[in-house]
Design a protein around this ligand. Structure first.
Ligand SMILES: Nc1ncnc2c1ncn2[C@@H]1O[C@H](COP(=O)(O)OP(=O)(O)O)[C@@H](O)[C@H]1O
Ligand SMILES: [Mg+2]
Length: 266
């Protein structure tokens, strides 16, 4: 068992306002190397759940266990290790990169800060990371504004991979991208998951995005998982009314995903 989430609650308190219960008792578990999709409409609590899993938000209740250790009782050093093992990819790929740093500087920085490579090892590792995400080395000296949104998302995935995580949480990683580029980024995530035995939590408002990638899917509504099952089960025999309504709007990403993945071309 890689990650176990038990009865997790997230509540926001704002002065003068009623508390907002964004996550209300969510439980699930993920094995090493597995892929788990979380689908639900905007505002249902997906990002709140993700932020809580990476420690940006304190849970109001419940328990997160990673590789057998509860996050609440980790020492500072253990928690730092956990924060490295669980990396997040965001929707706004361009915005999540420093506009003043080239691709090379972005990747070198993460390796230096975390002491993951030194000397000539840095250059070698940076090029390996570019290869892993299918980016040509001639983009190393480009700034984020000089490359496409899909390429920026590949850079932010490479920056995550630099830390050798066990789990990547991708929160709407393709929502800001063109449909054809979406499919290629999703294919990249899928092949990384398989090749690196990396677990992935893929979060989307769009069932079509998760259906071809994820072994298991949870449907989230108003802070709770209303349905969990294999992607096929959930899609073919939705038990919940809300899942049926999500299924009514399945666009063409599914078809695009079946195309052969192309490299270097976002
Ligand atoms: N920092 C915050 N402070 C107060 N309320 C928040 C905050 N972040 C999110 N919320 C509220 O929590 C609920 C869930 O939001 P969010 O987790 O962003 O959903 P999703 O990612 O599914 O769109 C929404 O009602 C949202 O308005
Ligand atoms: Mg969100």
């Amino acid at each position: 068992m890689l990650l176990n989430v038990d009865n997790l609650h997230v509540v926001y308190h704002k002065r003068g306002q009623a508390p907002v219960a964004a996550v209300r008792g969510v439980s699930f578990r993920i094995e090493a190397g597995a892929s788990f999709g979380i689908v639900g409409e905007s505002g249902c609590g997906k990002s709140s759940l993700a932020k809580t899993l990476i420690g940006l938000q304190k849970p109001a209740g419940g328990k997160i266990t990673f590789e057998g250790a509860g996050t609440a009782s980790m020492t500072a050093a253990e928690f730092r290790r956990y924060r490295r093992s669980v990396q997040m990819v965001f929707q706004d790929a361009v915005g999540s990169l420093n506009p003043r740093m080239t691709v090379r500087q972005t990747l070198e920085e993460v390796l230096r800060v975390h002491c993951l490579a030194a000397g000539t090892g840095i250059k070698v590792r940076v090029e390996e990371l570019m290869d892993l995400v299918g980016l040509p080395h001639n983009l190393l000296d480009a700034f984020p504004r000089e490359i496409s949104g899909g390429q920026c998302q590949r850079v932010s995935i490479a920056r995550c991979l630099a830390l050798e995580p066990r789990l990547i949480i991708a929160d709407e990683p393709v929502s800001a991208l063109d449909v054809s580029v979406q499919a290629r980024i999703l294919n990249l995530l899928r092949s990384l998951q398989r090749d690196l035995n990396l677990a992935i939590i893929l979060i989307s408002h769009d069932l079509a995005v998760v259906r071809n990638i994820c072994d298991k899917v949870a449907v989230m509504s108003e802070g709770v998982f209303v349905e969990t099952g294999s992607a096929d089960e959930v899609i073919k025999t939705p038990r919940h009314e809300y899942t049926r309504s999500l299924l009514e709007a399945v666009p063409d990403v599914g078809r695009a995903l079946k195309q052969k993945p192309r490299m270097n071309t976002d």
